[in-house]
Design a protein around this ligand. Structure first.
Ligand code: BEZ
Length: 214
C-alpha cells in the first residue's frame, strides 16, 4: 500500500538487510483487498496493510497506530487554526481515495474516511472519490478540497499543502503485518525484530506485547 511506503518501510527493509544480508527482499505494490489472495497463492510471504482481515487463513499482527492529519490547501481559511475538528470539516469538499471499504461485523461496507465521520455522528456534505491517495493530495494541492491521511504522508506537496492535527480526537490508522496463519518462515521473526529495532530507534512506544515478547 502506498501509505505504508511513505512510513517506516524503507527503515525496516534497511534493518532487515543488516540482520539477513543474504536474504532476497522484493517489494511489490498490492492493494489491501488483493493481499490475502497473493498470500494464499504464495506470491508474497508478508503483506502490510491498514485493514482487519476476516479471512481465517490470515494471521495479522498489529504493529502500531499511526496518527491521522488533515491535508488542507495552503491558503484555506482553516489553516489559521492550530488543530482541526472533524465537525469543522463537515462542510468542506472531502476527497476520498480508499480502494477497499471497511467491512463491519454487521456486514455493512463503508468508505474508511466516511466511517471516521459517521463514528462521530457526522455526514460530510460534499465528497469526491479518486483512485488513490497521491491523486487526492494532488487535488488538495490544487485547492480542490481537503482529505485525511496518515501523518507519514505530510512530506507530499509540502509547499502547497498544510497538514494539521485532528483534535481533540487523536484519530489514528492501524498498521498490520499480514502472513498466512500456518507460515513457518523463520525470516518473519527476524522481520518482526527489525521492526522492533526501528521503533526503538525512532522512540515509537510499542503497545503490542506480541512484538515486545519476541
Ligand atoms: C511502520 O510505518 O510502522 C511500518 C511500515 C512498514 C513495515 C513495518 C512498519
Amino acid at each position: 500500500m502506498a501509505s505504508i511506503l511513505y512510513g517506516l518501510l524503507p527503515d525496516v527493509i534497511g534493518e532487515l538487510r543488516v540482520q539477513l544480508p543474504n536474504l532476497d527482499v522484493r517489494l511489490t505494490e498490492i492493494s489491501s483487498g488483493d493481499q490475502n489472495r497473493a498470500l494464499k497463492a504464495g506470491e508474497i510471504d508478508v503483506g502490510f496493510g491498514r485493514f482487519l482481515s476476516s479471512e481465517s487463513f490470515i494471521k495479522q499482527i498489529l504493529l502500531r497506530h499511526e496518527r491521522l492529519v488533515v491535508a488542507l490547501p495552503m491558503n484555506h481559511q482553516l489553516t489559521k487554526k492550530s488543530n482541526i475538528s472533524f465537525k469543522s470539516l463537515n462542510d468542506e469538499m472531502l476527497i476520498l481515495y480508499h480502494r477497499t471499504p471497511i467491512l463491519l461485523s454487521t456486514g455493512q461496507e463503508f468508505d474508511p474516511l466516511l466511517h471516521l465521520f459517521y463514528e462521530r455522528h457526522l455526514i460530510p456534505k460534499n465528497t469526491q472519490k479518486v483512485r488513490d491517495m497521491q491523486i487526492a493530495l494532488g487535488l488538495v494541492s490544487a485547492g480542490e478540497g481537503v482529505t485525511i491521511v496518515p501523518i507519514s504522508l505530510k512530506g507530499i506537496h509540502q509547499e502547497k499543502i498544510t497538514y494539521l492535527p485532528l483534535s481533540p480526537d487523536n484519530a489514528t490508522s492501524p498498521i498490520y503485518l499480514n502472513t498466512l496463519l500456518d507460515n513457518q518462515n523463520p525470516n518473519i521473526t527476524t522481520l518482526l525484530k527489525s521492526i522492533q529495532t526501528v521503533y526503538e530507534k525512532k522512540g515509537i512506544i510499542q503497545t503490542n506485547p506480541l512484538l515486545i515478547n519476541l
